[in-house]
Ligand binder design. Structure first.
Ligand code: AVJ
Length: 328
């Protein structure tokens, strides 16, 4: 009998977590353009809302990735051999299940280490996964990628999953730091399975971030509901409009919350007040889109060998199997 267990990597107390959120809000909203780190979108409600986005007809990313995983799970498991599977930003881990069952089918018991900033999502996914596949032994890590990556070395041989094009949330500077950190935490011969959304027609991309049912807007608005809940911010959520624009020159979607009325944002834990004028915009996340012709050489230059690139017939999305080389 394997029990799902959630371990706190960072050891951050709930009070520390609120303080961290408060500091990030003050820092980002005092900057121009105003911004907030994307990870704060994923509290328990945010993680649930994100799952709703993935079910919309417009959000093609998750469906294509799930199909690619389904189609190539066996080949991936055979190619890498037995591994501890670590997943950054596991969320509900719905699509990971297919890959994990390929591993347990081939190799018997498999250790799975999901990492997420939502403890609720970790708890729910670990419970449902172990129930459906008793050959999984799960140790969830609640925390940021930084903290989790420091735990990687003793888990080798590892397959590190970074799916959903979550890497697209990182700007160029953050991505470079991230890949250096990943490379430093893995051993030669470890694998990474990376999911990336590819450059395509702007209308297709914009629709995915502006679904007709309004889940994308609800997801953006939840960040401010979280500010109300945790920071006692006192915001009128009805005054917040969701804006998602694809900028082809930057190959990225920029997502903003626009304030249609002047608001005062209280950051109670820091005893601080911020004014948002009518029309003020806060960038809540970016979602970069990738070109395989550029991404391959980029990753190779950082010490990752691209051993396979799986794509769908329209080349809308790619799954890259990378191997960490001898030296970086
Ligand atoms: C989870 C970061 C991959 O960028 O497509 C989707 C987040 N935000 N719709 C993405 C998101 C609004 C998503 N990632």
């Amino acid at each position: 009998m394997t029990a799902a267990r959630v371990e706190i990597v960072q050891g951050a107390s709930p009070q520390d977590a609120v303080l961290e959120f408060a500091q990030a809000v003050v820092l980002g909203l005092s900057d121009r353009p105003r911004w907030t780190p994307a990870r704060f979108l994923y509290d328990a409600d945010g993680s649930r809302l994100f799952d709703k986005i993935t079910d919309t007809p417009e959000y093609y990313l998750t469906r294509i990735e799930a199909d690619l995983l389904e189609e190539h799970a066996t080949a991936i498991a055979r190619f890498t051999g037995p591994r501890t599977v670590v997943e950054l930003g596991s969320g509900s881990a719905r699509k990971t299940e297919r890959l994990l069952s390929a591993y347990t089918r081939h190799y018997g018991p498999v250790r799975y280490v999901p990492v997420d900033v939502s403890e609720d999502a970790l708890q729910r996914s670990a419970t449902s996964l172990t129930r459906r596949n008793p050959a999984l032994s799960i140790r969830g890590l609640h925390g940021t990628y930084d903290a989790a990556l420091q735990e990687l070395a003793p888990l080798s041989p590892v397959l590190l999953l970074f799916l959903g094009s979550t890497v697209g949330n990182l700007n160029q500077t953050e991505a470079l730091g991230f890949w250096r950190q990943v490379s430093g935490s893995l051993r030669a011969g470890d694998f990474v399975l990376l999911g990336v959304d590819l450059v395509k027609d702007a209308a297709v991309i914009e629709a995915a971030y502006n679904d007709a049912a309004g889940w994308s807007a609800a997801f953006t608005r939840n960040l401010f509901a979280r500010m109300n809940r945790e920071l006692d911010a006192g915001l009128d959520l009805d005054a917040i409009q969701h804006e998602a624009i694809y900028r082809p020159d930057w190959r990225r979607v920029e997502i903003y919350a626009r304030f249609q009325r002047r608001q005062t944002l209280n950051v109670r834990p820091l005893d601080h007040e911020l004014v948002l004028e009518t029309g003020a915009r806060i960038m809540t996340e970016i979602s970069r889109k990738f070109d395989l012709a550029d991404l391959g050489p980029y990753l190779e230059s950082l010490g990752f060998e691209v051993v396979h690139a799986f794509t769908d017939p329209r080349s809308w999305y790619a799954l890259l199997l990378l191997r960490r080389g001898r030296e970086t």
